[in-house]
Unconditional design. Structure first.
Length: 96
């Protein structure tokens, strides 16, 4: 579980990132979860965009992704979800 201070630190580093994944009207599937999982292992901090043609709640989508990848939800703002999971091999971020 991330503390408020850690979330602020990660939000600062995620500000300049572009979304790497888009969730469309077909929603979340197992293949997308696997790809997000691999990307989190390499990058640790990513953004996911929820398109407007998706009728599911963005908070539910964030929870599904977080549970499927064992990641932490740093922030959901607008249609953007910021996720973090520390890499098992090499950590890029020194959390406070």
């Amino acid at each position: 579980m991330l503390t408020g201070k850690q979330k602020r630190y990660l939000r600062k580093h995620a500000h300049h990132l572009s979304p790497l994944f888009q969730v469309g009207k077909s929603g979340i599937n197992h293949n997308m979860i696997d790809q997000i999982d691999e990307t989190l292992e390499k990058r640790e901090l990513i953004k996911v965009s929820v398109l407007q043609n998706n009728f599911e709640d963005k908070d539910d989508i964030a929870e599904q992704i977080a549970q499927g990848t064992d990641a932490e939800i740093v922030q959901t703002i607008g249609n953007i979800i910021v996720l973090y999971r520390e890499s098992a091999e090499q950590s890029q971020y020194d959390l406070p």
